[in-house]
Design a protein around this ligand. Structure first.
Ligand code: GRF
Length: 218
């Protein structure tokens, strides 16, 4: 699958969030006043809940936002279709799940498969799911980290774009999940910014499980 950003000019990003939005903020900061240099600009931020800091960050940056809550829809499928339509309105080249804590469904993937990116706080394929940090710590691993990947129809199973490694120390073991997660997020934010920038600037192709960054067709 070859997927260069189709828009003329900087790639259009829609970012989806559920929480504090520090990954969103890292993208905002990297783009700054120079979307041409970064190769992408955020055109909207979506969420599955209201009242979160992630949405406040978007509003502060002057970006349009939308909220699509599961509980406002009769079925999960209807929610998924509404999320897909809400996202499609902004004509994104790439959609970034930056701490978006929902699994999307068929309709969303039909529209955005191959250009929908997620960031996960563990070294996939180990420790997928909502508790990657906790599960890695409980397992007793000595290194963990984060993975930026394309989303497919599994849970954190799509082709890997980039990974970052974080050592697990005795302190993490004593202090628990939150401290380790903070250290992972420091690496994760940089990894996400770098990965999104490269996808947007350089194009990419996905061959099976392999993601090749760089100009498509070279
Ligand atoms: C990140 O670690 C992400 O991988 C996980 O939730 C965290 C989101 O952090 N799913 P933030 O909302 O970007 O601060």
């Amino acid at each position: 699958m070859a997927s260069p950003p189709p828009s003329a000019g900087p790639a259009r990003l829609v970012v989806l969030v559920s929480g504090s939005g520090t990954n969103l903020q890292a993208l905002l900061d990297a783009i700054g006043d120079g979307p041409e240099g970064f190769g992408a600009r955020i055109v909207a931020v979506g969420a599955d809940r209201s009242g979160i800091v992630g949405l406040e960050r978007a509003e502060r940056a002057g970006l349009p936002t939308f909220v699509c809550r599961v509980k406002d829809h009769a079925t999960r499928e209807e929610w998924d279709a509404a999320l897909a339509a809400g996202t499609a309105r902004f004509r994104p080249d790439l959609v970034v799940s930056a701490g978006f804590m929902k699994i999307v469904g068929k309709e969303f993937l039909a529209r955005f498969g191959g250009r929908f990116i997620n960031t996960h706080p563990a070294l996939l394929p180990s420790f997928p799911g909502a508790h990657g940090v906790r599960d890695a710590l409980a397992y007793g691993v000595k290194v963990t980290g984060c993975t930026v990947h394309f989303v497919d129809d599994g849970v954190d199973t799509g082709p890997i774009i980039a990974q970052g490694v974080v050592e697990v120390t005795e302190e993490d073991t004593a202090e628990g999940e939150a401290a380790l997660h903070e250290r992972i997020k420091e690496i994760e934010r940089k990894l996400l910014v770098e990965a999104v920038g490269r996808l947007a600037r350089d194009g990419y192709r996905i061959e099976g499980r392999k993601v090749h960054l760089g100009h498509v067709g070279e």
